[in-house]
Design a protein around this ligand. Structure first.
Ligand code: NI
Length: 188
């Protein structure tokens, strides 16, 4: 496994439309492993392959990444003490994902993106959607997504079309966000 470089705005590769995966091979497995390692190292909850420069329709999501700085929780029940990590990984892999029927009602989440570091903004998206995807072996799955998972997968699927969350903002808000990012980079 290896941590790969995450592309950041205004890298033109982030605007590329990703191609479907046709080979469910070792290269795909390596890509997915590297994407997880890259995402966890950056404390992200989702990553699209194009964010590491690979224009393929592959997403990884983990809404419960381990917080490496978190103190283990000490539990005391049943007359004995034990410790455990407060969060547990829930890695999800989506190859060639499709959204089948987005809900009409919208929900607003404050979104961020590893390719637009330090910038957060409210985005409206369908509150729920049915998603069909393939796993690493090419098997097809379908599931109704709600809550943060619905928002996250729609955000990641946008990356496959070359769309960033800031593209959902008004022109003025997008310009303000990019200006803020520029200032943060200059200060770094
Ligand atoms: Ni993103």
């Amino acid at each position: 496994m290896a941590i790969r470089e995450i592309l950041e705005v205004p890298d033109p590769r982030l605007k590329v439309v990703s191609e479907p995966v046709t080979a469910f091979d070792g290269e795909l497995k390596t890509l997915v492993e590297d994407m997880f390692e890259t995402m966890y190292a950056a404390n992200g909850i989702g990553l699209a392959a194009i964010q590491v420069g690979v224009p393929r329709r592959v997403l990884v999501i983990d809404l419960q990444p381990d917080d490496p700085d978190a103190e283990p929780e000490v539990c005391d029940h049943g007359g004995h003490q034990h410790t455990h990590q407060p969060t547990k990984n829930e890695p999800r892999i989506f190859v060639n994902p499709e959204i089948l029927d987005p809900a009409e009602d919208l929900v607003t989440y404050q979104e961020g993106c590893l390719s637009v570091p330090e910038i957060y903004a409210d985005v409206d998206r369908p509150a729920a959607c049915r998603v069909r995807w393939q796993d690493l072996e090419g098997n097809v799955h379908e599931e109704q997504m709600e809550g943060l998972m619905a928002t996250c997968i729609q955000h990641e699927m946008d990356h496959l079309e070359g769309i960033l969350f800031i593209d959902h903002l008004s022109r003025l808000k997008r310009q303000m966000a990019l200006k803020k990012l520029q200032k943060l980079r200059q200060a770094a």
